[in-house]
Structure formats: structure tokens, C-alpha cells
Design a binder for this molecule. Structure first.
Ligand SMILES: [Zn+2]
Length: 155
């Protein structure tokens, strides 16, 4: 377990994009619906701020939509290649039903995945995260976004 943690694996496990070690979500179980979207403000491992600006997570609605569409395409293809479709029986409707149930069942995990994907888009992996300050949105002022105590960069 040495070296750089894999991108895809870290993403699927919803690890912090910067250090790929800290968990983005407090509760390891996404199906615990009361805490599905509860996140620490900063990465417990490297101090990266997660909600980069106020309302940052609103953008995840688009990601969530894309993830849902991709999942439907994937399940459609999988069904097509294994079970197949026919005009003379109900197989298409079975796919629609099962796909719908899966979508609902996986929704909490999809919501987390969307947030992780979104944050991965803005924050790059940094192997030297222990010695460098976390990524900020500093087009206004750093203080504006760093509402809580982040680890101070070395002077
Ligand atoms: Zn981190």
C-alpha cells in the first residue's frame, strides 16, 4: 500500500481529492439517510476545505443527473447483452422496473459520488499535502472562504 492512491478507487470510496486518505463523509454508510450528506468542513487528514464556497454543492445537481443517465445506459446495455429485449414479452418493462428500483436504492450513494466527483474536478491530488497549504478559492479573498480554522500555511 505504498505510493499514490488510485484516482478511481479514491473517488468510489469518496476520499478527499487532495490527500486521497481522509474521508469526505462522516458516516461510512451512505444508506443511513440522516447522515448521508454530513461532511466534516475540512478533510480530517490534510485540512482541505470541502465546501469551497457558499452553495458550492448546488453544482452537484448536474453531476448527479449525468451519473443517473450513465447508470441507466450502463444497466440498459448490461441487460441487452445478458437478458436481451423483445417486442413479444415483458422483458423491457422488467428492465424499467428493476432499473428504477436500483436507481432509488443507489440514490444516497450517487449523491455522495456526485459531491466527490464535483470536488475532484476542482481539487487535484497533492502528494506533498503535509507540507503545502490546502487548495482555496481565492479569487475574492482567502479569508472569505476559509470561514473556519484551517491549518495555517507555513510563513
Ligand atoms: Zn485530504
Amino acid at each position: 500500500m505504498a505510493g499514490k492512491p488510485g484516482f478511481l478507487w479514491s473517488l468510489l470510496l469518496q476520499k478527499c481529492p487532495r490527500c486521497r486518505k481522509g474521508n469526505m463523509f462522516k458516516d461510512p454508510n451512505p444508506w443511513n439517510l440522516k447522515s448521508t450528506l454530513k461532511m466534516p468542513t475540512h478533510c480530517p487528514e490534510c485540512g482541505q476545505l470541502f465546501e469551497l464556497e457558499v452553495g458550492f454543492w448546488y453544482g452537484t445537481a448536474y453531476i448527479s443527473y449525468a451519473v443517473t443517465v450513465l447508470f441507466c445506459i450502463f444497466s440498459f446495455l448490461l441487460w441487452f447483452l445478458t437478458i436481451g429485449f423483445s417486442l413479444t414479452d415483458q422483458r423491457f418493462y422488467w428492465w424499467m422496473g428493476i432499473n428504477g428500483i436500483l436507481l432509488i436504492a443507489l440514490q444516497p450513494w450517487f449523491m455522495r459520488l456526485s459531491r466527490a466527483l464535483y470536488l475532484y474536478f476542482f481539487v487535484a491530488y497533492n502528494a506533498d499535502y503535509k507540507n503545502t497549504p490546502p487548495k482555496t478559492f481565492d479569487y475574492k479573498s482567502e479569508d472569505y472562504f476559509l470561514r473556519e480554522e484551517p491549518p495555517k500555511p507555513k510563513a
